[in-house]
Design a protein around this ligand. Structure first.
Ligand code: AMP
Ligand code: MG
Length: 491
């Protein structure tokens, strides 16, 4: 990457000097296999996420492109590399033949925020779990995951990020890309790569002892604030499940407001820390359509946009089977019953934020009125084929204090306002929006545009946008549009 800095040629690699903690490794080899990375004919650094380096005490100026390549393309000097073992329900069918098939856990590092982070690779070679696969990631797959993570992060979703992407010079054959297609290794930074499926595998193997050990580990490392409550007799285990339900419900609320369809919500793609990760055939919806399905192989729309809350709830229910080795099922059922309430609360709050109402403003307006505005917003977006993202981007770009004085001025300068301004639903929506704005004082109104611009990016990576930056890469090896897009996303 030509715009990046470089350090002394022979200085020690800062990535190898990080203090790696053998956290998952300490569980023992019931949970993983040691693996070696593939050797590649070529290493070109295509993406380095300098924004993440300070979290690990690194100054981007002290980390060269060569350091990235040696660590995350050539895998010099880092051992052990672990392929994590897991199973999972794929499209509702239990698959006991999963596990890291093309990536591994590179290492775990504590951030300056005190939290432990995984560096996980994707596309770094075959493992005992590759089955018939080549262990590789396409370059386009790497580009897509980098973009998804940055976009979701920008939109306030709790997500993994990508640390680097190295092009590796192989020709890959894929049914869903013109082939041969180029290869890459991507490194993902995530709170944890322990999945629902990691527990499901241990249930399948009938090892309640290993389930308990893993659960203790997860709580110690990722839910350390949970303690047994002696008086009520409530164990940290049931508190863990309750919090996981809450985190997952909130995550889905964030996805839905962001207009994001993950695409493959199998239980091996659900993280035990309740964050979003593993971006394969995802898509941002073009317009509001609950049936919108991202993965071409999802024939019946199981994981369509509108099914995401129900599917995540089902995945949490399936997780009760392994966890019942430690936690009472009736207590877990009672916790899961709260899923919808938490989800709707988060979704409503996120939508309200997309309309400019920060949580402070939101809490000063009557709940019913915000609910009515959110419902009418969605009814409008569902009825007319307007771009979901343009609608919010237009509000962010066009917001004016005048909107408080005159409902007719709301979005009047935008294409959406001009073409649909006279429709009954738009009039109803702008009337409600106007009414809420009149409740705010001048000072509060002035804060709204800043907030709107932060949460509603002017560009969202719908499929045509991704294709528009991919084409120059294919045709001219021109990466500038990709870097320009990331810059716009990163704000
Ligand atoms: P995913 O759909 O990406 O979550 O992957 C599901 C499973 O298939 C995981 O066990 C992956 O490691 C494995 N897998 C996907 N693609 C490949 C590949 N090209 N080579 C080997 N394993 C793969
Ligand atoms: Mg996966």
């Amino acid at each position: 990457m030509n715009q990046s800095p470089s350090s002394e040629p022979n200085s020690p690699n800062p990535f190898l000097n990080l203090n790696y903690e053998p956290s998952f490794e300490s569980l023992g080899n019931d949970y993983y296999d040691e693996v070696t990375a593939a050797e590649f004919p070529l290493h070109i650094l295509r993406w380095r996420n300098d924004a993440l380096l300070p979290l690990f005490g690194l100054n981007p100026r002290d980390v060269s492109d060569t350091d990235f390549i040696n660590a995350f393309g050539k895998f010099v000097g880092r051992k052990p590399l672990l392929a994590m073992r897991y199973h999972g329900y794929q499209f509702g069918v239990y698959n006991p033949q999963l596990g890291d098939g093309r990536g591994f856990l590179y290492g775990q590092v504590r951030g300056k925020d005190g939290e432990l982070y995984d560096f996980g690779t994707k596309g770094s070679g075959r493992t005992p779990y590759s089955r018939g696969g080549d262990g590789m990631l396409t370059l386009k797959g790497g580009v897509r995951e980098v973009l998804a993570a940055e976009m979701l992060h920008r939109m306030g979703v709790r997500t993994s990020r990508c640390l680097s992407m190295v092009e590796t010079g192989l020709e890959l054959w894929r049914g869903d890309e013109p082939s041969p297609t180029r290869s890459s290794v991507m490194v993902r930074m995530n709170r944890s790569h322990i999945r629902f499926g990691t527990f499901e595998r241990l249930h399948f193997l009938q090892r309640p002892d290993l389930i308990k050990k893993l659960l203790d580990h997860v709580i110690d490392v990722y839910y350390p604030h949970l303690l047994d409550v002696e008086d009520s007799g409530e164990s940290k285990y049931i508190q863990f499940y309750r919090e996981l339900v809450q985190r997952v419900a909130q995550l889905v609320g964030q996805w839905m407001a962001a207009g994001f369809c993950h695409g493959v919500l199998n239980t091996d793609n659900m993280s035990i820390t309740g964050e979003s990760f593993d971006y394969g055939p995802y898509a941002f919806i073009p317009n509001y359509n609950p049936q919108f399905t991202a993965a071409y192989f999802d024939e019946y729309g199981r994981y369509c946009y509108g099914n995401q809350p129900a599917i995540c709830k089902l995945n949490l229910e399936l997780l009760q089977k392994p966890l019942s080795a430690v936690i009472s099922t009736s207590e877990m059922e009672a916790s899961l019953a709260k899923f919808e309430a938490v989800y709707f609360q988060e979704y409503r709050q996120q939508l309200s934020q997309k309309l400019g109402f920060t949580s402070t403003i939101d809490s000063s307006i009557p709940r019913e009125e915000i609910n009515e505005l959110c419902q009418t917003t969605i009814r409008f977006l569902k009825t007319y084929p307007v771009s979901y993202h343009d609608f919010f981007a237009d509000i962010a770009r066009g917001f004016s204090e005048k909107w408080q004085n005159d409902a007719n001025s709301i979005l009047a300068d935008s294409e959406i306002g001009q073409s649909l301004g006279a429709s009954e639903l738009f009039v109803q929506w702008s009337g409600l929006y106007h009414r809420l704005l009149t409740r705010l004082d001048r000072n509060t109104i002035q804060q709204i545009p800043v907030h709107l611009k932060k949460i509603n990016p002017q560009i969202v990576i719908t499929r045509p946008v991704i294709e528009s930056i991919w084409e120059p890469i294919v045709i001219d090896d021109n990466w500038q549009p990709f870097y320009d897009l990331i810059q716009k996303i990163q704000y």
